[in-house]
Design a protein. Structure first.
Length: 388
């Protein structure tokens, strides 16, 4: 029976007495911090495969942001930190460029017809993918670090404090707002929303995954991946990290410093658990869940019994992204701009290429024609072919 993805984060201290000193004590979790354990040197590659780059485009720097390129039918829509949104065709040539008039804090979200970003001023900007024209602007008045979700006739923005705001995709009119009680301390992270099966899946602090009705903005149901445990607020951090992973009738999600769990969506029954803690989330192939643990070991978890199949510890402390399954390898980016390919059968490193000089903090995204797109923080956007 089948069992069965993000992203690097830094910590935000919420209300109820967690002050500046509490935040400072968590600097080791910040992927943008200069201090921390020394990253492992680049390992030697044996029995290597190629990881060819189809094209590279340079946008403005993203700074300490999780700017994410969005695949569309004939290319990629990507955003630069200074405010440009660009459609890059399959040949690597720029098809249009739109300036939104302010630095971009979160984006890009797209359903291939409409693209959306959020500016530093908290303004949501929706752009027609066909020609780059701005369809509408709407003030959300809230900072955001997660790309908007575009789908189900909506543009849904997740604020940094985990509130959800939904706007009509056609005209930008507000449709609904949803918020739920949160623990006093949570992670400030890019936690992508997932739309599937007529629901919007959202991971929350406290180890909760909610499935929301896109029409009303109310939960169909909630699943508990990992209840908070411990005596201090830091010990009790169990935020859902990365996007949930859906396969057929199963959902898997990962809770920070806690565990990974999979559920049968028909019954809500827990069908698999693993005690491996991750800060970035998961992806999967037909046999394994792939994750990166708290010290950047890459681990494959058997979907049939929840036990580790293999482990690769050659990239520890390199601040790896959430892994993304790409054919017969898993891809992970690191803080020095390298993209690594790990063989899914045995966990061995098979390929490596560098995507500019900035850190890669967002997992690669699948492109329609079987390639992947990667963006790093110096504004480099690259599309890569399958390994061979």
């Amino acid at each position: 029976m089948k069992r069965f993805a993000l992203l690097r984060r830094w910590v935000v201290c919420a209300a109820l007495g967690v002050g500046v000193s509490g935040c400072a004590s968590l600097d080791a979790l910040n992927p943008f911090a200069a201090s921390g354990p020394k990253p492992a040197p680049l390992p030697e590659l044996r029995d290597t495969r190629s990881l060819p780059v189809r094209y590279t485009v340079h946008l403005s720097e993203g700074g300490q942001r999780y700017l994410t390129p969005a695949p569309v039918a004939d290319g990629v829509v990507a955003a630069g930190g200074k405010g440009e949104v660009v459609w890059i065709g399959a040949d690597g040539k720029e098809q249009w460029r739109t300036e939104v008039g302010a630095p971009i804090l979160a984006g890009v979200g797209s359903d291939a017809r409409l693209a959306a970003v959020v500016t530093e001023q908290g303004e949501v900007v929706a752009i027609n993918v066909s020609d780059g024209s701005i369809r509408w602007r709407q003030a959300a008045a809230l900072p955001a670090v997660t790309p908007p979700l575009v789908g189900e006739g909506l543009v849904v923005v997740r604020a940094a404090d985990h509130r959800l705001l939904a706007f009509d995709a056609f005209d930008g009119k507000p449709r609904w707002r949803y918020e739920r009680p949160l623990p006093p301390l949570s992670l400030r992270q890019s936690a992508p929303l997932v739309a599937a099966g007529g629901a919007i899946f959202v991971g929350y602090p406290g180890g909760i995954v909610a499935a929301l009705d896109p029409n009303r903005g109310q939960p169909f149901f909630e699943l508990t991946v990992a209840p908070p445990k411990g005596t201090t607020e830091i010990e009790r951090l169990t935020d859902i990290v990365g996007a949930v992973v859906l396969d057929s009738q199963e959902l898997c999600a990962a809770a920070y410093q806690s565990r990974i769990a999979c559920f049968d969506l028909k019954t809500g029954r827990e069908v698999l658990t693993s005690a491996i803690a991750t800060r970035v989330g998961i992806d999967r192939d037909v046999r394994s869940l792939i994750t990166v643990d708290e010290v950047d070991r890459i681990v494959a978890i058997d979907l049939f019994n929840g036990q580790p199949r293999w482990q690769n510890d050659s990239l520890v402390y390199r601040q790896l992204t959430r892994p993304m399954v790409f054919g017969d390898v898993a891809l992970v980016g690191d803080a020095q701009g390298y993209l690594h390919a790990v063989d899914l059968s045995d966990g061995q490193l098979r390929a490596r290429t560098r995507i500019g000089s900035g850190a890669i903090v967002v997992a690669p995204q699948r492109v329609a024609d079987g390639a992947v797109v990667v963006q790093n923080q110096d504004g480099t956007v690259a599309v890569l072919e399958r390994t061979r």
